[in-house]
Design a protein around this ligand. Structure first.
Ligand SMILES: *Cc1c(COP(=O)(O)O)cnc(C)c1O
Length: 344
C-alpha cells in the first residue's frame, strides 16, 4: 500500500472535549468548533462522537459547512461564524442554521429575508476581523436584543498568550458592550478557556484543543500519520539526495524514501528541520520534501521498519508545525486527501 496512513482517534477528541468542559463551571456550556471539516479530520466522523460525549452546539465557518454538518449533527444548534451572507437564506432555512450577524447589512438581510428565524450576534472587541463595531452596536443593540439572539459572542486575538494585555482589554470591551443584556454570551475559544473563569461567560467554543493542538498543552494526541517506506538505498560519501542536490552524504548512509510529500500537506518549508520516527527513534529528513516523497536518513537503525511515523505520540502536530515555521492548526487543516484514513 503506497499511501500514507492517517489514524484519527475519535475517543481522544471526545476526551479532549470532556477535559476542556471540566475547566469551566457546570453552568457554562462547552460547544465544539468543527469548521474546515473539523480542522481537517472530517466533521462527518467527528460530530456524532462529540454528540455522544455531550456536545449540544456546533460552530462552522460558512452556511455550506452547516448544510454538510446537519445530517450528522442531530438536533444540535449549528452557529455560522460568517453570518448571513447574500445567497445564504435558503441554506440557513434548509439546515436550520443560526447565523452570527456580523454587520448592519447582515442584520438587515436576516430581518427582512428570515424574519423570526434564530440568529446570534458577533461583536468586534478589537480584533478587527469579524463582528459588529462599537458604533453600529450602539445604534442596533436594542432592536437586536428585542429580537432575542440565541448568543452574543466575540473572539480573542491573543488568547494563546496568557500575559498579553489584549486579553484583558477585549474582556473589558466585551463587558462594556454586553453587560446587562438578558442573553447568553461567549468569548472564549481554546485559549480563552485556559485564561480562566472570567473569560467563560455562558458558553465556550473550543476548536483546536479538541484535535490535540496548542494552546491546550494537556491535550491527548488525536492523529497518527505513518508513511510507508517505498525503498531504501545506500548513498556513498559526496553523493546527493533529492531536488537541488541540497543534501550530500558525509559518510556512507542508508536513505529511506517514504510516501507523502507537500501535496499531502507535509509542507515543503519544513524541509531539513523535520524528523520522522521509527518507534521512539528519531530519523532526520534529508534533502527537499517533494510532492509525493520524503527522503530520510535511517543509517542508525538496525532494521528499517515498513513505515515511519511523522505524527504521533513522539511528535505532535505542534512539533511538526515548529519545524515548518507554522502552527498546529495549519498542519491539521492541510492533512491531505490521499491518505488512507482510519477512525478508531
Ligand atoms: C476558529 C474559531 C474558534 C475556535 O478557536 P480555537 O483556537 O481553534 O479553539 C472559536 N471562535 C471563532 C470565532 C473562531 O473563528
Amino acid at each position: 500500500m503506497g499511501a500514507g496512513q492517517l489514524t484519527i482517534d475519535l475517543d481522544a477528541i471526545a476526551s479532549n472535549w470532556a477535559a476542556l468542559n471540566a475547566l469551566s463551571d457546570d453552568r457554562v456550556e462547552t460547544a465544539a468548533v468543527i469548521k474546515a471539516d473539523a480542522y481537517g479530520l472530517s466533521a462527518r466522523m467527528v460530530a456524532p462522537r462529540l454528540r455522544e460525549a455531550g456536545v449540544r452546539t456546533f460552530f462552522v465557518a460558512t452556511a455550506e459547512e452547516g448544510v454538510a454538518l446537519r445530517p450528522v449533527a442531530g438536533d444540535a444548534d449549528i452557529f455560522v461564524f460568517s453570518g448571513h451572507m447574500d445567497g445564504d437564506t435558503e441554506l440557513v432555512e434548509r439546515a436550520d442554521l443560526i447565523p452570527l450577524l456580523n454587520a448592519p447589512e447582515q442584520v438587515t438581510r436576516h430581518f427582512s429575508k428570515s424574519a423570526g428565524r434564530p440568529f446570534g450576534v458577533q461583536l468586534d472587541t478589537g480584533m478587527n476581523r469579524l463582528g459588529i463595531e462599537h458604533d453600529d452596536w450602539r445604534a442596533l443593540s436594542s432592536e437586536l436584543m428585542d429580537a432575542g439572539p440565541r448568543l452574543v459572542m466575540s473572539h480573542l486575538a491573543c488568547a494563546d498568550e496568557p500575559d498579553h494585555p489584549m486579553n484583558a482589554q477585549q474582556l473589558r470591551t466585551f463587558h462594556d458592550m454586553t453587560d446587562g443584556i438578558a442573553h447568553r454570551r461567549s468569548l472564549a475559544a481554546t485559549g480563552g478557556i485556559l485564561l480562566g473563569p472570567e473569560y467563560h461567560f455562558e458558553m465556550t467554543r473550543p476548536g483546536v484543543g479538541l484535535y490535540g493542538g496548542l494552546p491546550f498543552a494537556d491535550a491527548t494526541p488525536v492523529v497518527q500519520l505513518d508513511l510507508p517506506v517505498i525503498q531504501t538505498r545506500i548513498v556513498r560519501p559526496f553523493e546527493t539526495v533529492g531536488y537541488g542536490n541540497s543534501w550530500a552524504a558525509k559518510v556512507e548512509s542508508c536513505i529511506a524514501t517514504v510516501s507523502s510529500g507537500y501535496a499531502d500537506g507535509l509542507i515543503r518549508a519544513m524541509g531539513p528541520k523535520a524528523t520522522v520516527w521509527a518507534g521512539a527513534t528519531p530519523c532526520p529528513v534529508v534533502g527537499r520534501v517533494s510532492m509525493d516523497l520524503i527522503t530520510v536518513d535511517v543509517t542508525h537503525l538496525s532494521t528499517v521498519p515498513d513505515k515511519l511515523t511523522i505524527l504521533g505520540s513522539e511528535q505532535k502536530v505542534d512539533d511538526l508545525a515548529d519545524a515548518a515555521g507554522t502552527i498546529g492548526y495549519e498542519i491539521l487543516t492541510s492533512l491531505g486527501a490521499r491518505y488512507q484514513r482510519t477512525y478508531v
